[in-house]
Design a protein around this ligand. Structure first.
Ligand code: ADP
Ligand code: ZN
Length: 730
C-alpha cells in the first residue's frame, strides 16, 4: 500500500508508453485502476509501481481519481512477461485489457432501438445483417453506433429501418439481461465413459491441488472432449474460482451454447467481437467484480480483468485463429499458458490434431497427455481414401454452348450420386473463395492483379466482379485483355465454380455455398446448420469454415476437391496445417449412425500427409514431420522472430533496411537473415521487406532484437512489425 503523496508509476493503455509518474492523493496499492491525464486527455490506467522518472516533484501531476477496483499483481507480472516475450510495449499489452472505454463511467444514456421481427420490410442482406447483430446480443436494445459497428451497414440503412418501423425506439435504458445472476449447477445429465472419466479425474486432481499444470486433452473428433472439459470447468467453478473457456469464434455456435446450457442449467456468458458497447461494459465489469465467474470467449477473453482465474480451457488449441496479427502479435494459447504459469492454475488444451509445439511439450514431460481414442457411443470413424486424379481425370462439363474443365472425378461423382440416392448429404471442401482464382489472357499472358497488392484478382461470380483477397478492392470483369485486346479466360476453381459443376452434374440436388463471402455472421452460419439439419440441403460446398465443430448426423460423404493445395506451401508448417485441416474436414463425415466416407482427390496419393490421413496415423506423421523440423532447427526446436518493415516509398524502405542490416548484431548461436522482399511484396500500397531472426530453443532472442531495432532511427512513414514465432510468412 502506498501512502498519499507517494510518486507512483501509472501504466496507460496506449501503444507508446511504459508508464508515467503521478502523485497519489489518497492511499492506493499496486494494480489499482486510476484516472490520470496525459497532455490534458483523460486515461484510465493502473498503478504499476514506484515512480522512477527522476523528474522534480513540481513537474509531477496528481492522480485525478482512484477507483476502488484493481487487478491482481499476477496480472501485472503477466503484462510484463508478455511484453518481454512479444516485444509489444507495456502500454500496448495493457490496452488489450483496458479496452472497454466506458467501463468506469455511468451507463450511457443514448437513444436505443429494438428490432421488430414482424416488420413487413423486404429481407435484404443489410436487414439480415442488422437482425443478426441483434441476435448476437440476445436481442438487447442497441444504439445506432452499436448497430453500425456490428452489422457494418451504413447510417442510411439504419435511418431507413427506423423510418419504416423495423427498428423501434425504446425509451428505457438497455434492457439489462441477467448476465450477473446466472447461477450454474451440475445438471447431472452426463455420465462420462471410462476414458473420459479417467481424463476428467486427472485434470480434477490438478484443480483440487492447485498450482500450474497443462493437460493436453487429445481426442479424435466426436470422442467427447467437450464433456470432459465441461467437467473440469464445473470442478473449478464449484470451488468458487473464475473459469475461462476459449474457442475459435467460429465454434461459438448455438449448438454449443445449447450443450453448455443443458450441462450447467443456464446459458453461458459469451465474449466476442460483436457485442454492444453496453454488453461489453457489463461483462467487463462483471468479471472485474467477480460476479461473473464463467465466460466462453474468443482469444480476447483472455484479457478480461480476471480477479481469481482458476482454470483456462483452450478448445481447438492448434487453431491459427489464436494467433493475433493485426494489433500486436501474440499467440493467445501461449499467453494463456504464461498467465496460468504466473497465477499457478491449470490449463486444459483440447484438440484432435495438437500443434507440434504442444506435442513437443508433451514429449518433454511438461504437459500431461490425456487421450480419448474412440468416438462416443461407438460411432465409427469414416473410411478415408484417395482418388488418384492422374488416373481419373475429371471430364469436361457443358454450360450453354461452352465446354468447361471439370474438377470432379468420376469416382467422386459416383459417390455423390450414391449418397444422394440413399437420402444422405454430401460436403465438398475447397479452400478457395470465388469462382476462378486466375483471370488471364490466353494469348499474351496478361493476368489480372490488384494495383495495390502484389496478388492476382479472383473472379467472384456472385459479385459479378474481380476481388482482391488482400485488400478487398473490386474491379469490373474486363471483356477483353487490356494489353492485347483479345478475350480473357478464367483458370482454376473456387467454390462457386464447383457449385456450377455440381448443378450441371446433379441438376436436382439442392446446394449451398459456405465461405466468408456468404457467411458474414455466426447467425448466418447457424441458418445454414439448421438447413443442413432439416434436410433442405443435399450438397454443401465450402471452405475451411465448414471444417470445424459441426455435427451433421446425416452427412455421410466428404469430398476434398484439391487435397494437394496446401502441401507445397513454402513454410515449415505447411504439412502440419494441411494434415490438421484435412483431418478436421474428414471428421465431419459419419458422425451419426451411418458410417461415413471421405474421398481426397489428389495428384500425389503417395504424399506422406495423405498416406497418414488415410491410415489415421497422426502420431507417426507428426513424429516424422517433427523429426524434419528438428534437423532444420525450426520451431519447436528453434526459435524465430520475424521483423517486417513496411514503407510507402521504396527508396526510404530500402535505405532503412540497409541501415538495419548494417546495425545487425552478431548473434551467439543464431543468425539474422534478410532483408528480403516479402512474398507478398505490396499490400494496400505499402511495400514490405522481412528479416528473420533465428536461434536455438533456448536462445534468448528478444532482448537482442529489441536492442538492435532501437539502435536505428526510424524515418517517418516506416512501420515495423515484430512477430515472435510467426505463423504467417507472407
Ligand atoms: P469432440 O469435442 O471430442 O469432437 P463432442 O464433445 O462434441 O466431441 O462429443 C461428440 C458427441 O457425443 C456429442 O453429441 C456429445 O454430446 C456426445 N457425448 C460425448 N460424451 C458424452 C457423454 N459422456 N454422455 C453423453 N453424450 C456424450
Ligand atoms: Zn489489393
Amino acid at each position: 500500500m502506498f501512502n498519499p503523496g507517494t510518486i507512483v508509476k501509472v501504466l496507460i493503455p496506449n501503444a507508446v508508453n511504459n508508464g508515467y509518474d503521478y502523485r497519489l492523493t489518497a492511499p492506493a496499492s499496486i494494480g489499482t485502476f486510476v484516472r490520470v491525464t496525459v497532455m490534458n486527455r483523460p486515461y484510465i490506467g493502473v498503478i504499476w509501481g514506484c515512480g522512477d522518472s527522476g523528474l522534480p516533484e513540481s513537474k509531477i501531476k496528481d492522480i485525478v481519481h482512484i477507483y476502488d477496483t484493481s487487478v491482481p499483481i499476477t496480472t501485472l507480472q503477466w503484462i510484463k512477461r508478455m511484453s518481454d516475450w512479444t516485444l509489444m510495449p507495456l502500454g500496448a499489452v495493457l490496452r488489450l485489457i483496458v479496452n472497454v472505454p466506458d467501463a468506469f463511467m455511468p451507463p450511457r444514456t443514448e437513444q436505443l432501438y429494438t428490432y421488430n421481427p414482424d416488420s413487413t420490410m423486404r429481407m435484404t442482406d443489410n436487414r439480415l445483417a442488422v437482425s443478426d447483430a441483434f441476435a448476437s446480443n440476445d436481442n438487447d436494445a442497441m444504439s445506432v453506433s452499436d448497430i453500425q459497428n456490428i452489422s457494418h451497414v451504413s447510417a442510411a440503412v439504419v435511418r431507413t429501418m427506423i423510418k419504416n418501423g423495423t427498428l423501434t425506439p425504446c425509451s428505457m435504458r438497455p434492457i439489462q439481461n441477467d448476465l450477473y445472476t446466472y447461477e450454474y449447477c451440475d445438471v447431472g445429465n452426463i455420465k462420462l465413459n471410462t476414458e473420459q472419466q479417467s481424463a476428467a479425474d486427472k485434470i480434477g486432481t490438478s484443480i483440487a491441488s492447485g498450482g500450474f499444470s497443462v493437460h493436453l486433452l487429445d481426442g479424435i473428433t466426436g470422442s467427447g472432449k467437450t464433456q470432459v472439459y465441461f467437467d473440469s470447468a464445473w470442478r473449478a467453478y464449484s470451488r468458487g474460482g473464475q473459469v475461462l473457456l476459449m474457442m475459435p469464434e467460429i465454434a461459438l455456435t448455438a449448438q454449443f451454447m445449447a450443450r453448455f446450457a443443458s450441462r450447467f442449467g443456464a446459458p453461458p456468458v459469451v465474449w466476442h467481437s460483436n457485442l454492444t458497447a453496453a454488453r461489453r461494459r457489463e461483462i467487463w465489469r462483471g468479471v472485474l467484480s467477480g460476479k461473473i465467474r464463467m465466460v466462453i470467449g474468443t482469444r480476447s477473453a483472455l484479457f478480461l480483468p480476471w480477479q481469481d482465474l482458476s482454470l483456462i480451457v483452450i478448445d481447438e488449441e492448434h487453431d491459427t485463429s489464436y494467433k493475433q496479427e493485426d494489433m500486436g502479435n501474440y499467440h493467445a494459447r501461449d499467453m494463456a499458458i504464461l498467465r496460468a504459469n504466473i497465477s499457478g492454475i491449470p490449463v486444459v488444451l483440447a484438440s484432435a490434431t495438437p500443434a507440434a509445439e504442444t506435442l513437443e511439450n508433451v514429449n518433454l514431460g511438461k504437459y500431461t497427455h490425456l487421450r480419448l481414442t474412440s468416438r462416443f457411443g461407438g460411432a465409427q470413424l469414416p473410411e478415408i481414401k484417395t482418388i488418384d486424379l492422374r488416373q481419373n481425370r475429371p471430364c469436361p462439363y457443358i454450360v450453354g454452348e461452352t465446354e468447361n474443365n471439370g474438377f470432379l472425378s468420376a469416382p467422386l461423382c459416383d459417390a455423390i450420386g450414391e449418397t444422394l440416392s440413399n437420402g444422405h448429404q454430401a460436403m465438398l471442401f475447397i479452400n478457395r473463395r470465388g469462382f476462378a482464382p486466375i483471370v488471364q489472357c490466353q494469348k499474351c499472358g496478361w493476368t489480372a492483379t490488384c494495383p495495390d497488392c502484389s496478388v492476382g484478382m479472383t473472379y467472384h461470380k456472385r459479385l459479378g466482379k474481380l476481388l482482391c483477397h488482400m485488400c478487398g478492392r473490386t474491379t469490373p470483369l474486363m471483356k477483353e485483355c487490356p494489353s492485347c485486346g483479345t478475350g480473357v479466360s478464367m483458370r482454376g476453381a473456387g467454390l462457386e465454380k464447383i457449385q456450377e459443376e455440381v448443378s450441371v452434374r446433379f441438376p436436382n440436388a439442392r446446394t449451398a455455398l459456405v465461405s466468408s463471402d456468404t457467411i458474414s455472421s455466426r447467425q448466418s452460419l447457424e441458418r445454414l446448420v439448421a438447413k443442413m439439419e432439416s434436410g433442405e440441403i443435399d450438397i454443401v460446398i465450402g471452405t475451411q469454415i465448414l471444417a470445424k465443430g459441426h455435427h451433421f448426423p446425416n452427412l455421410t460423404l466428404v469430398g476434398v476437391i484439391d487435397s494437394d493445395m496446401g502441401l507445397f506451401g513454402t513454410d515449415f508448417r505447411a504439412s502440419e496445417h494441411t494434415f490438421q485441416q484435412l483431418f478436421q474436414v474428414a471428421g465431419r463425415a459419419g458422425r451419426g449412425s451411418h458410417p461415413g466416407t471421405v474421398l481426397l482427390q489428389t495428384y500425389q496419393p503417395d504424399h506422406p500427409v495423405l498416406l497418414a490421413i488415410c491410415d489415421g496415423d497422426r502420431d507417426s506423421f507428426m513424429n516424422s514431420d517433427m523429426a524434419g523440423r528438428k534437423l532444420a532447427q525450426m520451431p519447436p526446436y528453434g526459435q524465430l522472430i520475424a521483423v517486417i518493415i513496411e514503407g510507402q516509398r521504396e527508396s526510404v524502405l530500402s535505405q532503412f533496411c540497409n541501415d538495419l542490416s548494417n546495425a545487425a548484431p552478431i548473434l551467439n548461436g543464431g543468425k539474422i537473415m534478410g532483408p528480403i522482399a516479402a512474398q507478398i511484396y505490396q499490400v494496400r500500397s505499402w511495400y514490405r521487406m522481412r528479416f528473420l531472426v533465428s536461434g536455438g530453443r533456448n536462445a534468448n532472442l528478444q532482448p537482442v532484437v529489441s536492442k538492435w531495432l532501437s539502435s536505428v532511427r526510424v524515418p517517418a512513414n516506416i512501420r515495423i512489425k515484430i512477430d515472435v514465432n510467426p505463423v504467417n510468412f507472407m
